[in-house]
Design a binder for this molecule. Structure first.
Ligand SMILES: [Zn+2]
Length: 144
């Protein structure tokens, strides 16, 4: 139920795992083992399981959720933007342009200079036009 929040947190570079289906016990166990904080809207999870490392998300809307998290944990939403794989959460690494030839669309190869790769799932990222769009959206979220 917090999928959109999770996606946005990865965009701004936060280390986020997201589970569509996981039992409360597993979730709490994994969070404890990995030193993670559980972001949840599920008050029952908190009450029944007495999960200690949780943070309750108040709002239904992802923009307000993101704002709540960023403000509470004092995250700079622009500092680490696009540094983490959006698919698998792994920190991205720089890759020389010559190595991505044939692996990205040719117009991208011709127009982009800087590429990053996910060392885990091998997805290649570049400074696409949507970065400006994302920054504008973030600016809007955090300016009011
Ligand atoms: Zn990845």
């Amino acid at each position: 139920m917090l999928g959109k929040l999770a996606a946005w947190m990865r965009i701004i570079g936060c280390d986020v795992l997201y589970f569509k289906k996981i039992s409360g016990d597993e979730l709490i166990e994994q969070a404890l083992q990995e030193g993670r904080i559980i972001l949840t809207r599920d008050t029952l999870l908190i009450k029944r399981r007495k999960a200690k490392n949780h943070f309750f998300i108040h709002d239904d809307h992802y923009e307000k959720q993101l704002k709540q998290v960023v403000e509470h944990f004092k995250i700079d939403p622009f500092k680490n933007i696009f540094t983490r794989c959006l698919l698998c959460n792994t920190p991205l690494e720089d890759i020389e342009k010559e190595f991505v030839q044939g692996k990205v669309p040719s117009y991208v190869y011709e127009t982009q200079q800087n590429f990053k790769i996910c060392p885990s799932c091998n997805k290649i990222y570049w400074q696409a036009t949507h970065k400006g769009c994302v920054v504008r959206q973030l600016t809007a979220i955090f300016s009011n």
